[in-house]
Design a protein around this ligand. Structure first.
Ligand SMILES: C[S@@+](CC[C@H](N)C(=O)[O-])C[C@H]1O[C@@H](n2cnc3c(N)ncnc32)[C@H](O)[C@@H]1O
Length: 296
């Protein structure tokens, strides 16, 4: 599988101004990052004195939540490829011992080993797993390799703009409403929209796939839950457009739009959203999936 647009995006070069924008997103959209991390910490049972690795720690929202749970006797390793995000993360106050390291999910095994985190109690990754799609099999194996027996791997599958099957039930059925409007707006702008990028829309569509990958990597006691985002469907689209999409980080729903400069592309996507917001909000809130697995 190849997702050239997403793969080409280099997270290590996020602009210095991005962390502030990222924090405004959290503020404007129901503290979504904070709430998601809180839920993962709870379902993973991360408690006082634990040793934890945060993969894709970003500007520190998830690290802060973990730090509060593990407290003074705890140890936390925060890993992220973006120096700008890590610089912001360093400014926070954490009530535990914490190390910040620049690196990607694919480096997590060596970073954990060289910083004394082999045999840790938990590895958590909030709102980041999606960006590791190209090597998630090796990520599961790497995480398995650094956990102690009984240790937990907790992450969320943040596909919330299109159908997602969680334990057999389908969530987020409003995705096609938006894509249909986007297609007609694109046509009005004289853009031959082509088809939706199926490669992208099929990504992470079913948590059963993830469960089988976790089992293959040697995990047991896998739990999957549906978790509702603190926002309506139309707000979820706005959240995405205001966030990483504005930095060209993702393949959009229609490949033809990717040929346009980012500003024009986002304008068309906003136009479609204005047109169908009411219809989108007749659907239930978007859900993501939380997964927790144990190394036996
Ligand atoms: C949406 S933020 C989540 C940050 C943090 N976990 C939180 O809850 O606020 C996603 C983060 O993933 C990081 N990221 C992107 N690709 C990554 C990769 N391959 N490995 C690890 N982190 C990655 C980005 O730099 C960004 O800081």
């Amino acid at each position: 599988m190849s997702l050239s647009g997403a793969r080409a995006f280099d997270w290590s070069t996020l602009p210095a101004a991005y962390p502030a924008q990222y924090e405004r997103l959290n503020e404007s959209y129901g503290q979504v990052y904070t709430a998601a991390a809180e839920r993962l910490v709870t379902v993973a049972g991360i408690g006082r004195g634990s040793t934890v690795v945060d993969v894709g720690a970003g500007s520190g929202f998830s690290a802060e939540i973990i730090a509060r749970a593990i407290g003074r006797p705890g140890n936390l390793l925060a890993v992220d490829p973006s120096v700008a995000m890590l610089d912001r993360a360093r400014e926070r106050i954490y009530p535990c011992s914490i190390f910040f390291r620049a690196g990607r999910a694919s480096d997590v095994h060596s970073i954990a080993a060289s910083n004394g985190f082999s045999g840790c109690d938990a590895v958590l990754s909030s709102f980041t797993y999606y960006y590791t799609f190209h090597n998630r099999r090796s990520l599961h194996r790497a995480v398995h390799g650094i956990l102690k027996p009984g240790g937990k791997w907790a992450f969320n599958l943040t596909k919330y703009l299109g159908a997602l099957r969680i334990a057999g039930k389908v969530y987020n059925e409003f995705g096609d409403v938006y894509v249909d409007h986007l297609k007609s707006i694109a046509a009005r702008h004289g853009i031959r929209h082509g088809d939706r990028n199926e490669e992208e829309s099929d990504q992470f569509a079913d948590t059963d796939w993830e469960v089988s990958e976790l089992l293959a990597a040697g995990f047991t006691d896998i739990e999957v839950e549906a978790w509702a985002l603190p926002m309506t469907p139309s707000a979820a689209f706005r959240f995405t457009l205001d966030g990483f999409y504005s930095h060209g980080s993702r393949v959009t729903f229609l490949p033809a739009l990717m040929d346009l400069p980012i500003g024009n592309r986002i304008e068309i996507m906003r136009e479609a959203l204005t047109e169908c917001s009411k219809e989108l909000d007749s659907y239930p809130r978007p859900h993501i999936a939380n997964l927790v697995a144990m190394r036996p």
